[in-house]
Design a protein around this ligand. Sequence first.
Ligand code: SAM
Length: 214
Amino acid sequence: MDYLGLLQERNSQFNLISNSETEEIIWKHFIDSLAVHQQFKETISGSKDITLLDIGSGAGFPGIPIKIVFPDLQLVIIEATKKKTEFLQEIVEKLMLDKVSVIWGRSEEYAHHPVYREKFDIVVSRAVAEMNTLVELALPFIKSDGYFVAYKGPKGKQELEGARQAIIELGGEEERFIEIGIKDFIRTFIFIRKKQSTPQKYPRKSGIPQKRPL
Ligand code: SAM
């Protein structure tokens, strides 16, 4: 069975995505996940050692579609909900995806682990937190000169305004801002480049980045 089929079959059991028609799921999850495929291509194609982290992947978005399109990528997923990681593990096995690790836990904790800290070329995250919180979760994982791609909605620009100070504090630099119309929805992609090492005190303990954004 394919990804879409399994997602629909397991949805009632795992509460993975909102109930939608098949076409809607394809637009909302698969096409949306791959909308910056061209930008990824510039970095990923031709390189065998690119590492990508998806924080709060839920049912696998955007990380799994990106991995399917760029099979040489080494993908790590950190997801806080156990049931979702069970589904993700099932997907990885059914689709026979190699070089994928699914981790159950909170990113704030794994970001302090030497195996993961400042080890990723690219970090992605969709629908997990406001930008001022999200940068604290994501930037500690990124290597020097790697980048973070935040999947944001129509208010992306506004969120970015509120995160500018945090981005600098965490060693990042705003690089690109792309708006793409996906069916009837405006997706904004914010690219943040890692310029300097993130101070060790970040991220703060689980829940604090959301409660008291930088
Ligand atoms: N990214 C997926 C998508 O766009 O369809 C799922 C979005 S869902 C609204 C947010 C997910 O992020 C949830 O599955 C939640 O468990 C996870 N999450 C939230 N904060 C997290 C954290 N600090 N570390 C790991 N996972 C987190």
